[in-house]
Design a protein around this ligand. Structure first.
Ligand SMILES: [Zn+2]
Length: 389
């Protein structure tokens, strides 16, 4: 069995977790095409924590990391005091995108593959992305991409949900989406990038002004100003919030209003970075944070970054859903898993090759091990900061 989990496999694992340890709750909401945004709870303590993954579905390692973490809690590999904490897991924030990207993966990489063979696909994908990044830099090449061509036989026909399938078939034609770009799918099923989907931002202004905006490097044949695999901030009009974001924001608000919400972890990939709230370059459109909030956020982020061996960076621009969550719920950490570029596959590489680059070694194992350690080490500090007057 390989390391990749597709949408069905993720749900199979989640459904089989010991319900005495992690309980499945009502979904926090449903997507436009009717997928549940599932919610699981560990513990019954005073201090509430929220952990989410997969806002960008191509950042598949984030889903897999959180699901493996939940599994470790169930089989007691990790011990967290269930009388102290209540941990809310939303392991698949963007189910539609996860369906699309994992369908693309399964068009090439079967479930019943050996681990060694699966690894060779990851390396090929990584190297193809790297080559295309070089070509983009050197030749400003915006043509076909090797890593997309690997998945050129991924088919929308494999998507079970008829409404989403038909919608996407139209979208591919209407917006002339590149062949094989299902593998890059970070948006939801409507083609909206959930992290860019906020009420307003400088980026949204550029899009609504009709500017042509391309993604960078090996993704530079994808437009961010049109509905598609990544980057597009709204469906049809500025200010229109997608159902996933509405559900997530309401959920955070409900927990904060009714309980002691001490913090949250939002997982993306990649970069090996933990973001705290930095000195804003522009006015925060949502809340004026106190110095105290900023300091506490920094202190918590620092502990996480130390344990994970990640860089610490200040978020300074408020153009994303995550910056909105970080502003309203200040002890929220945004974590970019894994130091190698090229989602969704490169973060699953687990070689121990003799290379000069240390960040290339045991990428997957390091992500799982150090981030598990980082969560368990950060929680007590969150409690301390919450109780600090
Ligand atoms: Zn992301």
């Amino acid at each position: 069995m390989g390391k990749i989990l597709d949408y069905e496999q993720m749900n199979e694992i989640l459904d089989n977790l010991d319900s005495k340890i992690i309980k499945k709750e009502k979904p926090i909401g449903y997507t436009y095409f009717g997928y549940p945004i599932n919610h699981y709870v560990y513990g019954h303590g005073k201090y509430h924590v929220i952990i989410t993954a997969g806002t960008h579905s191509a950042e598949l390692i984030s889903n897999v990391f959180v699901i493996r973490f939940m599994e470790k809690l169930c089989n007691k590999e990790i011990v967290l005091d269930e009388n102290l904490y209540t941990i809310h897991f939303i392991p698949i924030v963007n189910p539609e995108g996860t369906v699309i990207v994992t369908n693309a993966i399964r068009s090439l990489i079967p479930r019943n593959i050996s681990e060694g063979e699966e690894q060779t696909y990851f390396l090929t994908f990584y190297r193809n992305c790297y080559i295309e990044g070089e070509y983009a830099n050197k030749y400003n090449d915006k043509g076909e991409k090797l890593q997309q061509l690997m998945f050129r036989h991924a088919s929308l026909d494999d998507i079970d949900n008829k409404n989403m399938r038909d919608y996407l078939k139209n979208l591919f034609i209407k917006n002339d989406l590149p062949v094989g770009c299902m593998i890059n799918w970070s948006s939801n099923g409507r083609g909206v990038d959930l992290n860019s989907n906020i009420e307003d931002s400088d980026f949204i202004k550029r899009v609504s002004d009709g500017e042509e905006i391309y993604a960078s490097l090996h993704l530079n044949n994808i437009r961010r100003d049109k509905l598609g695999p990544l980057g597009c901030p709204y469906f049809s009009k500025v200010g229109e919030i997608e159902k996933e974001n509405e559900a997530l924001f309401n959920f955070y608000t409900e927990i904060k209003t009714n309980y002691d919400l001490i913090g949250s972890f939002i997982y993306h990939s990649c970069g090996n970075i933990v973001y705290y709230l930095g000195g804003a370059k522009e006015a925060n459109p949502w809340v004026n944070l106190t110095k105290d909030d900023e300091n506490k956020n920094y202190e918590v982020a620092k502990v996480y970054a130390d344990k994970a061996g990640y860089k610490l960076d200040g978020l300074e621009i408020y153009t994303t859903m995550d910056s909105k969550l970080k502003s309203f719920f200040p002890i929220t950490l945004l974590i970019e898993l894994g130091g190698v570029r090229a989602t969704p596959l490169s973060q699953f590489m687990d070689f121990d090759l003799e290379t000069g680059a240390d960040n290339f070694k045991k990428v997957y194992s390091k992500i799982i091990y150090y981030n598990t350690l980082a969560i368990t080490s950060t929680l007590p500090v969150m409690v301390k900061m919450y109780n600090k007057v």
